[in-house]
Ligand binder design. Structure first.
Ligand SMILES: [Zn+2]
Length: 266
């Protein structure tokens, strides 16, 4: 089967399937395992922190706020975990705030991983040049079998400007990590360019970002994902609660509510 035909078959199957396909799911269709997605692993570390592993084994750590994160399970707070066999190929940081970048430098130093994020922010970390990958919206960086696209976010950052990331995988699917943001019209261009299939969606609200209702509106207006994973809520007082998030997305079968420490395969 040609690569293009394989991708088309996978896209057709994805449209027919529920929001996610677990690794334990039985082979699908007449082609059996040949017609399945290669799994993408999404591990929520709490708040906006995720570990994403591609089908090819490329491991990426996004917004590592772990040691000070009240929702991160203790076993995942030990930074030595991220410098051994689970070393990331890259650490992605969306902006300068402590709840996104706090452990990035320590993990980069102990693991040797590259750090990808806003140019001025990455430059301020004092990492060796080979590890510092400063980027801006519109930029793309190849990491193993994944292409990381840098997209805008409407928030603040000092130094640098805030960003989000779209991780594009070899099978044509992509994950959009919104970073911290308000909904904004250029999300339509993120959809047009990268058509994210999975959105790790900031919903925390409070004084900081889009809240559950406006985040749900952003998805309705701009995106057509198969899966929505709400994040950046219920970490601190003042952020949206889990009940508020469930209410805002009630009836949307694409929503996958994860718990910190949980891993899902898509
Ligand atoms: Zn934040």
């Amino acid at each position: 089967m040609s690569t293009a035909l394989t991708i088309l078959r996978r896209a057709a199957l994805a449209a027919l399937l529920p929001a996610f396909v677990a690794t334990t799911t039985a082979p699908l269709g007449a082609q059996g395992t040949a017609a399945r997605h290669s799994d993408i692993s999404v591990h929520w570390l709490g708040h906006a922190a995720f570990e994403v592993v591609s089908a090819g084994g490329t491991r990426m750590l996004i917004d590592p706020f772990l040691t000070g994160n009240p929702t991160t399970p203790d076993s995942l707070k030990k930074l030595t975990r991220y410098s051994g066999a689970l070393k990331p190929a890259a650490i992605l940081v969306s902006h300068s705030h402590f709840d996104h970048v706090q452990d990035a430098k320590a993990i980069a130093t102990s693991s040797g991983a590259k750090v990808i994020g806003p140019y001025e922010l990455v430059a301020s970390l004092g990492l060796p040049e080979a590890q510092a990958v400063g980027a801006s919206p519109g930029g793309s960086i190849k990491v193993g079998d994944v292409t990381v696209h840098v997209v805008p976010a409407m928030h603040s950052s000092e130094p640098g400007r805030p960003v989000g990331f779209v991780l594009e995988f070899a099978d044509g699917r992509s994950i959009y990590h919104t970073g911290d943001t308000w909904l904004f019209g250029d999300m339509s261009l993120i959809q047009e360019l990268y058509h994210p299939s999975i959105i790790l969606l900031c919903v925390g609200g409070g004084p900081y970002t889009e809240d559950p209702k406006s985040a749900a509106l952003a998805v309705r207006k701009y995106f057509h994902p198969t899966t929505i994973v709400p994040m950046h809520y219920a970490t601190f007082p003042g952020l949206a609660t889990a009940a508020e998030v469930r209410a805002a997305f009630a009836g949307d079968k694409r929503v996958v509510i994860m718990t910190p420490g949980q891993t899902r395969q898509f």
